[in-house]
Ligand binder design. Structure first.
Ligand code: BGC
Length: 367
């Protein structure tokens, strides 16, 4: 992956007609303000580059494109999974005078601390993808994350049915316990799986959360699950990275392809695992739509307008307050419709259909 390319994580874009950038990644040179134009600057903090490929590729790219197209200066940085760095980046953006701050929190506690500081400085705040519990952001842009989980649960059930297993044991590998999305995904897939555990169609196996969505730790956890319960026949893995960690363990045990595994994010690796028959499904979330929705709000605010597009609302389960929201619709992807993700431009045929997957691509109608 793009691990070492930290430079990529810090992107400063110039507003048309505004002053030249000060060349300071953290934007804390003290110059502050609006660079002489009336349009304000936007700060974006992405979480990491390891828990999912999306942050370093899709989100960075689509957000960068959207602000560039609008001629709005944006400082987009990645906290690399480090909560202290997250705060430092936020402090830099706040003191550089951003008008809007968009964050993907690493957990609600540190996310809230940043949102509080921003608010105290009169900066508008947007929770991007993950709701900061009790954070009080002005806006929230994400997907219907319970729906994501429902698609995963139903996808797994369909794949298990196709295998004709009787009373298969299902293991669940959940996302980070500090990510509200992981809670919502689990709520979604458990709403599908729990009734089937209850009526004996499926057997409830081990169930564990993976701290920080750490893929390597996910592999270790699953290896322990499989040692303890050798007859696991299906795995609800909360995203493609965790799914791939599970598939690696299954491969070692010569069980890949026999044990359906779910995922999320429609990563190149996830799509290839689906084409290979090792992964049952993934969930495609059109990140371009999400980045466009968030940047649309931020651009309006940066231009001093009142945004009109956050027409939905989500109730923060902790503060019980409503947050004005945009919630987008996720799509289930199996071998049959991997081509949809390519047709949408999210990944390219060249990335997915490498020599190893050329035949599988043709078979899946990817031309
Ligand atoms: C996002 C997923 C992502 C996961 C790990 C979640 O909050 O919604 O798309 O796979 O975090 O980064």
């Amino acid at each position: 992956m793009r691990k070492g390319l930290f430079a990529l994580a810090a992107v400063g874009l110039l507003a048309t007609g505004s002053m030249a950038a000060c060349g300071d990644d953290n934007g804390d040179s003290g110059s502050g303000g609006d660079s002489g134009s009336s349009t304000g600057k936007v700060g974006v903090i992405l979480p990491d580059t390891k828990s999912s490929a999306r942050w370093a590729t899709a989100d960075l790219k689509y957000l960068t494109d959207a602000f560039k197209a609008a001629g709005v200066q944006a400082d987009i940085q990645n906290a690399q999974g480090d909560k202290t760095q997250f705060q430092t980046i936020a402090d830099g953006m706040i003191s550089s005078g951003v008008k809007v701050l968009i964050i993907v929190n690493l957990d609600s506690g540190t996310g809230k601390a940043v949102l509080d500081k921003a608010k105290a400085a009169g900066i508008a705040t947007i929770d991007y993808d993950r709701l900061t519990l009790n954070g009080g952001a002005d806006y929230y842009v994400s997907f219907d994350n319970v729906k994501v989980g429902e698609l995963q649960g139903q996808g797994l059930v369909d794949c298990l049915k196709a295998k004709n297993y009787t009373k298969p044991v299902v293991a669940e590998l959940n996302g980070s316990p500090t990510d509200n999305n992981a809670t919502l995904f689990a709520q979604g897939y458990d709403s599908v799986l729990n009734p089937l555990y209850a009526d004996g169609t499926l057997v409830k196996g081990p169930n564990q959360s993976v701290p920080d969505w750490d893929n390597a730790q996910g592999g270790t956890i699953f290896e322990q699950m499989l040692t303890q319960k050798k007859d696991i026949k299906g795995v609800l893995a909360a995203n493609d990275g965790l799914g791939n960690a599970v598939i690696s363990v299954l491969k070692k045990n010569k069980l890949n392809g026999q044990v359906p595994v779910t995922g999320q994010d429609a990563t190149v690796q996830g799509l290839q695992n689906i084409l290979a028959g090792d992964q049952c499904m993934t969930v495609y979330k059109a990140i371009k739509q999400e980045a466009d929705a968030a940047s649309e709000l931020a651009i309006a605010i940066a231009k001093g307008q009142k945004p009109t597009t956050a027409t939905g609302k989500v109730t923060d389960p902790e503060s019980k307050k409503d947050v004005a929201s945009v919630l987008l619709t996720p799509q289930a992807i199996t071998k049959e419709n991997v081509k949809d993700v390519i047709a949408d431009g999210f990944v390219t045929k060249a990335e997915v259909c490498t020599a190893e997957f050329a035949k599988a691509c043709t078979d899946a109608g990817i031309s």
